[in-house]
Design a protein around this ligand. Structure first.
Ligand code: NIG
Ligand code: FE
Length: 412
């Protein structure tokens, strides 16, 4: 199947030799082609150029993109979209003054979601999760990372990961999976955190790896959850199974998790709402991608990750949604990009780089996603008629997407 996108007002993120990520000042550069065409052949980007001198292609379908912008689909490198039920009561409790931590300490939070998930059948969980997946595909997400971590028992963690894997098999969107057994200490291990860590290491890791249910491993490294020592212990064990770390750090407190992530060769360190100078220094020259989750800051009314400072320090930055029932019940990457511009002072170019090529890096898929490059996945967003790509974050509340193509499939 050959699809030609013709008369594109501006084709965004065009890279002949795509880098695996962009850092620092280079994030200001967003290469584009004006009045362009793009040829998609089955699942791949086959070619592109400017309308002036376009070859005479024989194609199955032509989409006239006059007045429209075309960009690679978003790469959402951090989500928890496999979950059961919701937590709107906690949302109302927070409005009335209770804090996220207070709610969690009283049996709410992650434990609340774990109870709901443990009681759900795999079929029900799949059905609830696929509604979210379909929603974000329509919102322009073409690749998504999905974490476990609302199971907190061997069976429930495996159930979550199986559902995540099924989503990737059923839909054209690229799915990567992350094992987050160490998301919270479950009530059964209330006064025995080490017992739970041992359970993860001895019972969960071998099964997750044995069934090939995850590529990545995650830990919530935070006061009241898991310490830096716990994180090191778990990541060391996970390494034996070739699971690559991508970790939750510095959401509420800077406790040294960033340096631990870097030392453990984490692919990404995510959240970073609270970031000190040592954390920035630890990230310099590292393979580790800092990932900001501005929708989480918005929803919880916590500080925004200092993205401007991160980029100005010469570091790369990725943006992701964190879609989950507790801290971010939204997977809208358009809102993420807009919020990064509005609240974190990223330019539209930086924010788009952060949500495409750098998001792909934070998922380990920048060889196939994140830019308009020959041979990469045929996954693009076609906008409505808009004045410029800067209009996307500017008109932050409007849905400006006309069509989405994911891995060569037109999403209705
Ligand atoms: O990334 N912070 C840890 N985990 C999730 C939220 C967990 C929850 O509240 O359900 C996050 O924000
Ligand atoms: Fe998260």
């Amino acid at each position: 199947m050959k699809i030609l996108l013709s008369h594109i007002k501006e084709l965004i993120q065009v890279r002949n030799n795509a880098p695996e990520k962009v850092s620092g000042a280079a994030m200001k550069n967003l290469p584009t082609l004006k009045n362009a065409w793009l040829l998609l052949e089955d699942e791949r980007i086959s070619d592109f150029g400017i309308m002036d001198g376009i070859p005479n292609f024989k194609v199955d379908q032509t989409i006239d993109c006059s007045g429209k912008i075309v960009l690679p689909t978003w790469c959402d490198s951090h989500t928890h979209i496999v979950y059961a039920g919701n937590r709107e009561q906690e949302f109302v409790d927070r409005i009335k003054g209770r804090s996220y931590q207070e709610i969690a300490a009283n049996g709410g939070g992650i434990i609340n979601s774990a109870k709901k998930l443990q009681a759900s059948s795999e079929e029900d969980l799949l059905q609830q999760s696929e509604e979210r997946l379909i929603e974000v595909m329509h919102l322009g997400t073409g690749a998504i990372e999905i974490k476990s971590g609302y199971g907190l028992t061997l069976d429930a963690e495996l159930k979550m990961l199986r559902v995540a894997k099924q989503l990737g098999e059923k839909y054209p969107i690229k799915v990567t999976t992350t094992f987050l057994g160490a998301h919270a200490v479950p009530p059964e291990f209330k006064d025995n955190k080490q017992g739970y860590l041992d359970h993860i290491c001895k019972d969960m890791l071998p099964k997750v790896a044995g069934y090939q249910l995850a590529t990545y491993v995650d830990v919530f490294c935070e006061k009241g959850y898991f310490t830096v020592a716990d994180t090191n212990q778990l990541l060391k064990e996970a390494k034996k199974y070739n699971l690559i770390p991508k970790i939750h750090v510095n959401q509420f407190n800077a406790i040294g998790g960033v340096a631990a992530g870097v030392a453990n060769k984490a692919l990404s360190v995510d959240h970073l709402e609270v970031l000190n100078e040592e954390d920035i220094i630890a990230l310099k020259g590292a393979i580790t991608m800092p990932v900001a989750l501005p929708s989480c800051s918005y929803f919880l009314s916590i500080p925004y990750t200092p993205g401007r400072r991160i980029i100005d320090a010469g570091l790369p930055l990725a943006l992701a949604s964190d879609y989950n029932p507790g801290s971010t019940p939204s997977g809208n990457m358009n809102f993420v990009v807009a919020t990064a511009c509005i609240k974190m002072k990223l330019t539209p170019e930086e924010a788009i780089n952060a949500a495409t090529i750098n998001g792909a890096y934070a998922m380990g898929i920048s060889d196939s996603h994140g830019s308009i490059t020959k041979g990469k996945s045929a996954s693009v967003i076609i906008t409505k008629e808009i004045p410029s790509y800067g209009y996307l974050p500017y008109a932050f509340g409007s849905n400006l997407i006309d069509q989405v193509i994911i891995n060569g499939e037109l999403i209705a």
